[in-house]
Design a protein. Structure first.
Lengths: 563, 581
């Protein structure tokens, strides 16, 4: 049996076209495929020989020869055993081939998604990628088995043809030409089927997105009502999928009919031809029965081949989507050799004129929140900009190094499901515990049934907004990046918690470079330096107190006055 | 924590219901299949006759006529098969649409905490992978089972008619087939359910990786994400290996069971013939019939396997039903617009109450601000007040009627909740704003957008309020999403509103401006606003301070500030003036 390591090396898929990806995938499991073909041939050939043994047994009965009857009955059972073994081993190869193709594709997509990172959500919707991970891998997984069965069928057809040729050249030729002609007979159906299935898949993808949308927005709906509206919208989309399904079936239903009709007509043709020859005296009645038996048997490889063709179509459509996602490239990255950057580098953003001094906490107070967020995006190279870090232009650095150097933490950062400690990360338990303390988040963990080992749900859904924000902050602090850029880290917490965080944040980040985008007077007051941004430019710098007394615009933006 | 899965009995009841609601189409489909099968059974008989004719020696014309009849029957069989398949597909698509729409209907009435605990991936897998495998079972399995079942039954009838004695040798296979099939079916259901569950995890993991793609990049989490995918793949692989094992036992036994009757028929038939009990023709016919039964029987039993997969999926789809709350049926109508909570306690886990004995009553048109440290139970209070959860003890009533007993549709006409969650739905601006008031006119939608100061940016969109949102061309910022949420509320126009940090994502100044303009639009409405920004409290008629699941202080802003309690402390530190700890 082929080995079944579910986690082989991912390798380097051939993404030039959907077909070439499928070829690459198949090439990765040539051994499994080879074994599958081998057992498939054995399975089918032993079935093909069974009519022969039955014929001999019937002869023995008609001759009333008990000894030969036992012999041929034994032969039938022997062939049955070979069929049985061939069948189950072929099925095992099919299944393992399916799993290999499934898992390899799934892991490629999942790991590519992590590599694309922020680029991914800009290019494709979540529903689309999830559809690949569910429906499309199933279709691609069907390919190895279909291929093995298809090849097994072809080989068996050739074998039967050889047997037939040795009986009668004309009959043999009829079979040899007839079977491929029959297969081609279904060809014209496939192109429109392909198109309709593609359309059906697209609509189904939309429906999946709609379902995902409803599931994600369920809490919003629950608060304001509108469940009925959404149920109705889903129903409409679902009905469109239903109509597309019927549209597909209009062509698809012709295939099983063709499966009955074409081989049937073929058998009739063989028998008709044989019968006329027999009457002419060119063939014996025994040859005719044999020819009938073989032609009738050919139904099986034919049917197998037809379903294999259906699988190819499905896999091709699915592969197109997979290749589409796998071909997405991360945004271009620099390749300067990593410069020696200190533990606490300085930063300069030429667009806004913001200068961040090393090892201190700089706060950005902006007249509108967008201006501050834009600077943060540039500092993390999520947006184009002219930023230097330790004197080196950010865009010349490899992206990996930028990510190691600068962490931009925002409120839309995702909290992952699973054991909380894993999501929080941190080099050691101690670093993590300190980060939780600094984010004033210890009480959240204490209230959990298993503390840090508690399995939490997706998106931090079981936590309140303020709790989520503190956990996000703790996670960012635990990462201990040389440069930490926090965007509105306390916007969802109460004043008391905010003042505790402001105090601890400063201590926690001493000796490292920290940028906080905020309009909270509590945080601004704790910053070593405050840059006031208006119209995207730094217009003033100084301490919070200096700016409050020096600029009425600044005071108006940050002070929480009563009226 | 996964969502529930329906038991076998519930699934059967559900299937019976589906059959009943599509009797007409089902009957037509069966009829076409019967015709197709009948044509199919006549063809081999005629072929056999042809072979016999040739052996006896007949004219070419006779051969030609027989061949033409056979060809005609084959064409008929092809046409009937096509029609039957198409009707079957129509039926299948109808049934599938029924099931998935019913599924979403149930999802829409699921209690929130159930969904939150299970995570979105479980629901997503159910609505995709399970719908898909069910689709296979329904679209292809059901017709095949019909055809195969009919073929098996009719062929066995033919065998019994030809020679009743020759039925006996077939019986040797019955114990093998019955025993192994029972062995398999007993284990298969659980194994396939486990397999489906393992794929749920796989999907959920991918869903999170994609939803959190930016976070994965910024926090350098691709390693752990990849390892997690791999762990899920390993688990799915183990589940698949288990079902493969079951099939590896069952399939060979079945294959062997099929050929056993053929061998037995030949052997015993031969012996019977030698004894003179049956004719040679009967032995031959019986052998051909036992062989003819193999294919359809195999298809029939093979689909049992697929049916199990479909059954497992169906169980997961309709299993959601058991998590649905009992329908809220009270037909009592609120006597007035007063929302009152009395002695409510609530916890998400037994023994861990988040709210402990909270009482709060509001006067019509009153503006109440709820403040307190994060984790004090403010959001839970909002959910209980708006009837999303029923309280564990105590009661929340609207005009004397318990809110969690009122049908949601009715309740939302009176009380609505807007949280800080900023989900933008797939669809246009109008779809997003008018979801609770689908009949709203353009003018009403625009007015609602104006009330939340969102008119400017919406008008700047390429198609105004008809612009599709949630696509890459028109990203919506969290602050804009929050404006949309509030516009939704204005349009829904309930008399009591609970706002849980509904403006927290706007910048403070804009938030305050928005709150004030909202206050104008919402004049006369009762507003309970949960906020960490104390402007909201300052502007409110009454401030309620919550700490550790209890209300510790309440009163007007000025009164609380001069009382020098918790609120006064909060107010001081909010201005950066207080003694910081």
């Amino acid at each position: 049996m082929p080995s079944n390591n579910p986690l082989p090396e991912l390798g380097d898929p051939d993404l030039r076209s959907p077909r070439s990806y499928l070829r690459w995938l198949i090439g990765r499991q040539s051994r499994t495929l080879f074994l599958g073909v081998f057992w498939g041939c054995l399975w089918m050939a032993s079935m093909g020989l069974t009519p022969f043994a039955i014929g001999r047994a019937i002869d023995a009965v008609s001759d009333k020869d008990t000894g030969r009857l036992w012999t041929w009955t034994g032969a039938i059972i022997g062939l049955a055993l070979v069929t049985t073994v061939g069948s189950v081993l072929r099925h095992r190869c099919d299944t393992i081939g399916r799993l290999k193709a499934n898992y390899l594709t799934f892991r490629l997509v999942a790991s590519h998604a992590t590599r694309l990172g922020a680029t991914l959500s800009k290019r494709v919707s979540t529903g689309e990628v999830v559809a690949i991970g569910t429906a499309d891998i199933t279709r691609i997984g069907a390919l190895p088995g279909a291929l093995a069965r298809g090849i097994g069928s072809a080989v068996t057809v050739v074998l039967v043809a050889v047997v037939l040729l040795s009986t009668s050249v004309t009959l043999g030729l009829l079979v040899l030409i007839g079977v491929p002609a029959l297969l081609m007979g279904t060809g014209p159906l496939l192109s429109p089927l392909h198109k309709r299935i593609g359309n059906y898949r697209d609509l189904q993808g939309d429906l999946t997105s709609r379902a995902g949308d409803i599931v994600s927005g369920l809490r919003v709906l629950r608060g304001i009502g509108g469940e009925a509206t959404f149920g109705e919208r889903y129903r409409k989309d679902s009905q469109r999928v239903r109509q597309a399904g019927v549209h597909v079936a209009k062509i698809e239903s012709v295939l099983p009919a063709a499966e009955v009709l074409l081989p049937g007509i073929f058998v009739v043709a063989v028998v008709w031809f044989g019968a006329r020859q027999t009457i002419g005296g060119d063939l014996t009645a025994g040859d005719l029965v044999a020819a009938y038996g073989y032609a009738a048997f050919l139904m099986l490889p034919m049917r197998t081949a037809t379903s294999a063709v259906q699988s190819f179509v499905g896999a091709d459509v699915a592969s197109k989507r997979v290749v589409g996602v796998l071909s997405l490239e991360p945004e271009p990255t620099g390749d300067t050799a990593p410069p020696v950057v200190s533990e606490a580098p300085d930063l300069y953003d030429a667009t806004s004129g913001l200068r961040v001094h090393p090892g201190v906490m700089t706060a950005i107070a902006a007249a509108t929140p967008e201006e501050g967020a834009e600077i943060a995006e540039r500092l993390g190279r999520y947006a184009e900009g002219r930023v230097t870090v330790g004197g080196v232009p950010l865009e010349t650095l490899p992206l990996d190094q930028v990510r190691d150097l600068v962490l931009v933490a925002r409120n839309d950062d995702f909290l992952f499901s699973g054991v909380l400690a894993e999501d929080l990360g941190g080099r050691s338990d101690q670093v993590r515990a300190q980060a939780l303390h600094d984010a004033n988040a210890e009480d959240i963990v204490e209230a959990l049934p298993d503390g840090l080992d508690t399995v939490v749900s997706e998106g931090g859904a079981s936590f309140s907004g303020g709790q989520q924000q503190r956990l996000r902050l703790a996670r960012a602090l635990a990462a201990q990046p040389p440069v930490l850029v926090l965007v509105d880290p306390t916007s969802a917490v109460d004043a008391h918690t905010e003042s505790v965080i402001a105090e601890r944040l400063h201590t926690s980040r001493s000796e490292r470079t920290t940028v906080v985008v905020t309009n909270s007077p509590l945080l601004l007051d704790r910053a070593d330096e405050v840059a006031f941004v208006e119209d995207g430019k730094v217009v003033m710098t100084g301490t919070h107190r200096e700016l409050v007394s020096g600029s009425s615009q600044y005071a108006a933006v940050v002070m929480r006055e009563e009226a | 924590m996964s969502l529930p899965v329906a038991d076998a009995k519930t699934v059967r009841r559900h299937v019976r219901g589906l059959v009943r609601s599509h009797t007409g189409l089902l009957t037509r489909t069966v009829l076409w299949f019967v015709l197709a099968t009948a044509c199919g059974l006549v063809v081999p008989a005629l072929l056999g006759e042809l072979v016999e004719q040739v052996e006896k020696g007949v004219t070419t014309t006779r051969v030609d006529v027989t061949v033409l009849v056979i060809a005609g029957l084959l064409i008929l069989q092809g046409v009937f098969t096509r029609t039957a398949r198409l009707e079957g597909a129509r039926l299948g698509e109808l049934v599938l649409a029924d099931i998935r729409e019913g599924f979403i209907r149930r999802v829409l009435t699921l209690p929130l905490h159930t969904v939150e605990k299970a995570g979105g991936g479980d629901l997503l897998t159910r609505s995709t992978r399970d719908v898909d495998s069910l689709s296979r079972a329904v679209r292809m399995g059901a017709p095949s089972i019909l055809v195969a079942g009919l073929s098996v039954a009719l062929t066995l009838v033919a065998l019994a008619v030809t020679s009743p004695l020759m039925v006996l040798p077939c019986l040797v296979a019955v114990p093998v087939i019955v025993w192994s099939t029972r062995w398999y079916l007993k284990r298969a259901r659980d194994a396939y359910l486990a397999e489906a569950a393992s794929y749920s995890d796989l999907t959920q993991g991918l869903n999170e990786t994609v939803s959190g793609a930016r976070t994965v990049e910024s926090l350098r989490r691709s390693g752990p994400r990849v390892r997690r995918t791999d762990a899920h793949v390993e688990r799915a692989n183990r589940a698949e290996r288990r079902t493969l094992f079951l099939r590896s036992v069952w399939f060979p036994l079945m294959d062997f069971g099929y050929i056993l009757p053929v061998a037995a028929t030949l052997l015993f038939g031969g012996l019977f013939y030698i004894e003179g009990w049956v004719s040679l023709g009967e032995v031959t016919a019986a052998t051909l019939y036992t062989r003819a039964v193999i294919d359809p029987l195999d298809e029939l039993l093979g689909w049992l396997d697929e049916l199990q997969v479909g059954d497992a999926s169906l169980a997961r789809l309709i299993g959601v039903e058991s998590a649905v709350e009992p329908e809220r049926t009270t037909d009592r109508r609120p006597a007035d617009d007063r929302l009152t909570a009395e002695g409510i306690a609530y916890g998400y886990r037994p023994g861990h109450d988040v709210l402990k004995d909270v009482s709060l009553s509001t006067g019509a048109g009153e503006r109440v601000a709820v403040v307190g440290p994060s984790g004090a139970g403010k959001s839970t209070l909002a959910r209980i007040l708006t009837g999303i959860h029923g309280p564990r003890t105590g009661s929340v009533t609207l005009g004397g009627v318990p809110v969690h007993e009122m049908p949601l549709e009715e309740l939302r006409r009176h009380v609505a909740l807007v949280t800080q969650e900023h989900h933008v739905f797939l669809g246009s601006v109008r779809d997003n704003v008018a979801l609770a008031a689908p009949d709203a006119t353009d003018a009403e939608v625009t007015a609602a957008l104006t009330a939340v100061a969102a008119d400017a940016w919406v008008q700047a969109l390429p198609d105004g309020i008809d612009t599709e949102l949630g696509t890459e061309e028109t990203p919506v910022s969290p602050a804009q999403a929050q404006q949309l949420a509030l516009a939704r509320l204005v349009l829904a126009d309930p008399h009591t509103l609970v706002l849980d940090e509904a403006t927290s994502l706007l910048d403070p100044r804009a938030a305050r401006d928005l709150e004030r303009s909202l206050a104008g639009v919402l004049r006369g409405r009762t507003v309970i606003a949960i906020a960490h920004r104390l402007h909201t409290a300052y502007d409110a008629d009454r401030v309620v301070v919550m700490e550790d699941g209890r209300i510790t202080e309440q009163g007007p802003h000025a009164e609380l500030v001069s009382a020098h309690g918790t609120y006064a402390g909060l107010w001081e530190s909010w201005h950066g003036r207080g003694p910081s700890t």
